[in-house]
Design a protein around this ligand. Structure first.
Ligand SMILES: [Zn+2]
Length: 253
């Protein structure tokens, strides 16, 4: 969930209410954090971290009807490892999502402009490599929207199966989970991340999966979960990962 602490639209309470109405047993908050401190229009100002953590920890205590988890969606930016490490060790997080939104100084998701006139095969290769590098840092429990580079529907003409194999193998080796992110359906992509055609590769490598709505509005909490579980079942999954105190637990779906 993304709340007003970063680029979400509402207070955390509104998302809990939505989750309870859906009968969900667990809800995780993972507001955006850029370790460089930049992009404050969609990331949390670092000064707000203590208030954010306190707020979610208070809700965690107050709620016996739903498990509330304190997380973070941190950008992976090579060169900012020290800050990332310091932040993730400063609060009692349940999980850390590691996401790549940047290739160099530019974001891959904010508009199609990034892709125009560029070698799409190379963009994919660079993006997948950076996600694998992020997985190897040990900072992250879950790799967020691992093929976000699909967002604006620029398709490579190369066979990218090998990129998914490389990614699944890196996630397996570094023991990180990935998310099936249903919010891609609300984006120009109109589909989940990662590409459903490659989910079986992650399953073959035994990479744990999380089912996440990446909701920025309470109305999108748990969106398309039935469909997500169905896709995962077809790919060979029968359980998903949840986190508490940065330990992973598997539960059936
Ligand atoms: Zn993200």
């Amino acid at each position: 969930m993304h709340t007003r602490y970063s680029d979400g639209k509402r207070e955390p309470e509104a998302y809990i209410e939505a989750a309870l109405n859906l009968g969900l047993k667990e809800i995780g908050f993972s507001d955006h954090l850029n370790p460089s401190g930049g992009d404050l229009q969609w990331c949390m100002n670092h000064d707000r971290l203590p208030a954010y953590a306190e707020h979610i920890l208070r809700l965690k205590k107050e709620h016996t009807d739903i498990a509330v988890r304190l997380g973070l969606e941190a950008d992976y930016l090579p060169g900012t490892e020290k800050v990332t490490e310091e932040i993730i060790n400063s609060f009692p997080f349940d999980y850390i999502i590691g996401s790549v939104h940047y290739l160099g100084a530019e974001t891959v998701d904010l508009g199609p402009g990034f892709y125009i006139g560029k070698d799409i095969n190379l963009i994919y290769e660079n993006y997948f490599n950076l996600v694998c590098e992020a997985a190897s840092t040990g900072f992250f429990d879950i790799m967020g929207h691992p093929d976000l580079v699909r967002i604006h529907r620029f398709r490579p003409d190369a066979d990218i199966t090998t990129l998914y194999r490389m990614m699944a193998s890196a996630f397996e080796i570094h023991d990180v989970a990935f998310e099936l992110n249903t919010n891609g359906r609300n984006k120009p992509l109109h589909d989940f991340y990662p590409d459903k055609n490659y989910l079986n590769i992650f399953a073959e490598h035994g990479v744990p999966v999380c089912v996440n709505s990446d909701a920025h509005f309470p109305e999108r909490t748990g969106q398309h979960f039935t469909e997500a579980y169905e896709l995962l079942r077809r790919a060979g999954y029968s359980e998903m990962a949840v986190f508490s105190g940065r330990k992973r637990f598997m539960i059936p779906f």
